[in-house]
Design a protein around this ligand. Structure first.
Ligand code: ADP
Ligand code: MG
Length: 580
């Protein structure tokens, strides 16, 4: 919590102003009963109208001051709390943007969303409370006690009984709801996760008739959160009536014993009225402190979750000074005995991978699902750091290049195409902001997307729906290929990007690509033999290891795994035809 509150530094001036306002409000409120006692004792009892009018106007003035302070205090407290929220969200967001995939895997997307939104709101709420009452309550409490004692010492005994009862009650309350409050954030996380999976997976859920299953899952998470919230609120709902009871009993006691003392001539009516008001103030300030005890732990849980995000360093960091690639080298990738193990995994996902590409050459990677193809290509843009070995791009270890520099060399087409909301040309320009219209069109042409874009109602200006749901899988894939092409990068990486294309488009695309890439490295991950067959070099991956490397012809002769893949996909005649 403290750590989060350190982010309040830019608001120091405003906070000091709030403290002044809140203290002013508390002092004004403390003055009121005393003034009232004067009016009653010396004005009303003596029938002195002028006295009543003078002190009455003082009271009005003080009440006005207290109101103005209260309004301004609330206004600035809200402003500071919202400002802190905005800054925290910005910090969390920037931090998360610097995360490597490893940190994403670790915290989970749903939790990151809750942390950026709901957890920060919790902090805001408690901050408003703190700003308003941290200074206000102690002043009210101490001032109230001093002034109450000055009115009548004997009656203070009542407070000595009432306050401990109040504290015990509030303490018990806080103790019983605190754990539930803490648990609520985690339950909210879970609800968000289920909801997110449902919203993004709605097609699969429908297709597999899993609606009832998902409804159950949602109901469970939702019910769990609700139960906890109800439990908390049930306990909390006992609070108000009990508090009013305690306050009323105290008032009755004061009136009772005060009445006795007044009839004995030991106390004046005004003093008793003032005493009642001070007693209420004192007790109110205890209630506020107790409320903070309830709210702070929940915010504390939120603060810890935010600190966890802010404290987690992206495991992939830029080197102090970027090693410039050696002159003239372009599109040259070397893997040297590269192994990689996902954090927590027992087996390495890829091991002992060595190969080298030259500019203008196409390197294809083929292998069954889960054989480590995506993992292997993720090493080039340094989405993950290798566990062993080295990856060199243009003669420099990727960990010695700044991520920005490294990634500016790469046109990456991920396994599952992802488009952003915006027009088609916006999406292609995502690869190169300053791309001209011709460049965008040419990239689309090479990606074999020109035809279908031309057929769309507004051509390149056609809007892409959220998640790219208004284009087919293959169209999405081609737009995301165009996005990589428009950069004219040194290194092209296609992670299974041709799988959603039909054979003819696949072939046309590769032929068009060939003309574009005579000075670049091209890495094509594929499942289909047709896609990789005419590559200059084919890497056959099996269970994370290289089972063979060479041209199609060489592999057919020497690589058992490759032959198996080929024979599972091509007919006898086709195989014979290709061999010649
Ligand atoms: P391919 O692309 O060839 O289908 P991947 O490279 O995606 O295979 O996966 C290789 C292996 O690594 C698989 O066994 C998979 O379960 C594991 N794996 C992939 N991504 C992760 C991840 N983020 N965390 C842990 N294990 C992973
Ligand atoms: Mg893959």
């Amino acid at each position: 919590m403290i750590k989060v509150l350190l982010h309040l530094k830019p608001f120091a001036l405003m906070i000091s102003f709030i403290i002044v306002l809140v203290a002013g409000q508390a002092l004004a409120e403390l003055a009121l009963p005393t003034l009232m006692a004067e009016v009653v004792n010396n004005g009303m009892m003596q029938g002195d109208t002028r006295y009543i009018l003078t002190y009455g106007s003082y009271m009005l003035l003080v009440a006005l001051i207290s109101s103005v302070c209260a309004i301004l205090g609330s206004y600035y407290s809200a402003k500071v709390a919202m400002g802190l929220g905005r800054n925290l969200r910005k910090k969390v967001f920037t931090r998360v943007e610097n995360y490597s995939l490893h940190e994403f895997d670790q915290l989970g997307t749903a939790s990151l969303i809750t942390r950026t939104t709901n957890d920060i709101v919790q902090i805001q709420n408690v901050l408003v409370m703190m700003l308003r009452f941290m200074i206000y309550s102690p002043i009210l409490c101490i001032g109230g006690i001093a002034l109450a004692v000055s009115r009548d010492k004997e009656l203070t005994v009542i407070l000595l009984v009432a306050i401990p009862i109040l504290i015990a009650f509030m303490g018990a309350l806080a103790y019983s709801v605190m754990p539930a409050f803490k648990a609520m954030q985690m339950k909210l996380d879970r609800l968000n996760m289920v909801l997110r999976e449902n919203l993004t997976g709605i097609r699969v859920i429908r297709a597999f008739n899993k609606l009832t299953h998902e409804q159950e899952r949602f109901k469970e998470a939702n019910g769990d959160l609700t139960d906890t919230a109800i439990k908390v609120n049930r306990t909390m709902s006992a609070m108000q009536p009990m508090l009013i009871l305690i306050l009323n009993v105290t008032t009755i006691a004061i009136v009772w014993f005060g009445g006795v003392r007044i009839s004995q001539g030991k106390m004046e009516v005004g003093d008793m009225m003032a005493f009642i008001q001070y007693a209420m103030m004192i007790m109110f300030s205890f209630v506020m402190v107790a409320m903070m005890f309830v709210m702070v732990p929940r915010a504390q849980a939120s603060a810890e979750r935010i600190n966890e995000v802010l404290g987690m360093e992206g495991s992939i960091v830029d080197p102090e000074k970027s090693g410039l690639p050696s002159e003239g080298e372009r599109g040259h990738i070397v893997f040297e005995n590269v192994s990689f193990r996902y954090p927590g995994a027992e087996e390495p996902a890829i091991s002992n991978i060595s190969f080298e590409t030259s500019p203008g050459e196409v390197t294809a990677i083929i292998g069954g699902t889960g054989s480590g193809k995506s993992t292997l290509v993720n090493m080039i843009p340094r989405f993950y750091d290798v566990s062993e070995g080295r990856v060199l791009v243009d003669g420099v270890n990727v960990s010695e290049l700044s991520q920005r520099e490294l990634r500016s060399k790469i046109g990456f087409v991920p396994q599952s195409a992802l488009l952003f909301t915006g027009s088609i040309s916006d999406n292609i320009r995502y690869g190169k902001e300053e791309a001209t219209e011709e460049e965008v069109m040419q990239a689309a042409e090479v990606a074999q997307a020109g035809d279908f874009i031309a057929e769309m109602p507004e051509g390149f200006d056609t809007a892409i729906a959220q998640g790219g749901t208004n284009v087919s899988g293959g169209q999405k894939q081609r737009i995301s290929i165009a996005r990589a092409l428009v950069r004219k990068p040194e290194i092209y990486i296609f992670d299974d990007s041709f799988s959603a294309l039909d054979f003819k488009t696949d072939a046309l695309l590769r032929a068009a690509l060939k003309k574009e890439t005579d000075t670049s490295a091209v890495i094509i991950v594929a499942q289909r033999v047709n896609t990789v067959m005419d590559a200059d070099r084919i890497l056959v991956l099996d269970d994370g290891k290289i089972a063979g490397m060479g041209s199609h012809g060489e592999l057919m002769k020497h690589c058992q795994v490759y032959r198996e893949i080929v024979s599972s996909q091509l007919s006898e005649e086709e195989m014979k035809a290709y061999e010649q």
